[in-house]
Design a protein around this ligand. Structure first.
Ligand SMILES: [Zn+2]
Ligand SMILES: [Zn+2]
Length: 242
């Protein structure tokens, strides 16, 4: 199986990442990717981009160095009710909208509350997928989360950086993949690169996906067409929110 689009990258605009979009594109080209999604953090974390940044993503060229540039975001899950830190005005035209737990915006709770908050974010029609759901700092009932992802047609991420920066993620990611295979949930595979050389690094995440035997049709970014289809479908739902 191949991953052809990196669905999770951060540029210098994220405040704690170190490469420009141009450098990310050149690295994606070198890694022979067909595209990448720019997913800066949402504005609720200090030092991260102002809302205008997301509204203006549309001025970026559609391709750089023959690699497709997709617009996205990694929102912050803000509360127990599916609240995120950008309104539909800024999200409606993006290609891929992830939401995830980050400590400054949603301090870790117990399993029951983390699970409810994650499922509420999955149910939010503005959200397309959940970033690093295997983060052990936020233990969740993975089977319930996977069932919700199937119900709402959302993607759960197997995040390659988690194996390095979120220690203890491996077993959780394996369980995400295992339940995803069992229930037929969609997964995304992202590098979560904060430096251009890491763009397209999926080895460990892909290792888990292949070890568990998740079908390639369940991985939204395992083909360009599959990602386009998922993105278009999600965009339609986001636009219908008004
Ligand atoms: Zn994150
Ligand atoms: Zn990230």
């Amino acid at each position: 199986m191949k991953i052809v689009i990196d669905t999770h990258t951060h540029s210098i605009a994220s405040g704690h990442a170190y490469s420009t979009i141009d450098e990310i594109a050149r690295s994606a080209k070198k890694k022979r990717l067909k595209g990448f999604v720019i997913t800066e953090h949402g504005p609720a974390l200090q030092g991260f981009p102002h809302v205008y940044y997301f509204g203006n993503l549309r001025i970026l060229p559609k391709t750089l160095y023959n690699v497709r540039v997709f617009s996205g975001v990694e929102l912050n899950i803000m509360d127990m009710h599916g609240g995120v830190d950008l309104s539909s005005k800024y999200l409606r035209n993006l290609d891929f909208v992830m939401a995830g737990f980050h400590e400054a915006c949603f301090p870790p709770q117990n399993v029951k509350e983390n699970t409810s908050a994650m499922i509420a974010a999955i149910a939010n029609p503005l959200v397309d997928g959940i970033s690093h759901p295997g983060n052990p700092v936020y233990p969740v009932d993975i089977e319930e989360v996977v069932k919700a992802a199937v119900h709402y047609g959302k993607a759960l991420e197997i995040n390659n950086s988690s194996f390095v920066v979120r220690r203890g993620s491996e077993e959780n990611c394996r369980n995400v993949a295992r339940f995803a295979r069992e229930y037929g949930a969609m997964l995304s595979c992202g590098s979560d690169a904060h430096y251009c050389d890491d763009v397209g690094n999926f080895a460990r995440a892909l290792g888990v996906i292949t070890e568990i035997g998740v079908h390639h049709e369940q991985i939204v970014n395992s083909s360009f067409e599959q990602f386009m289809e998922f993105s278009e479908k999600r965009k339609m739902e986001r636009l219908s929110v008004g």
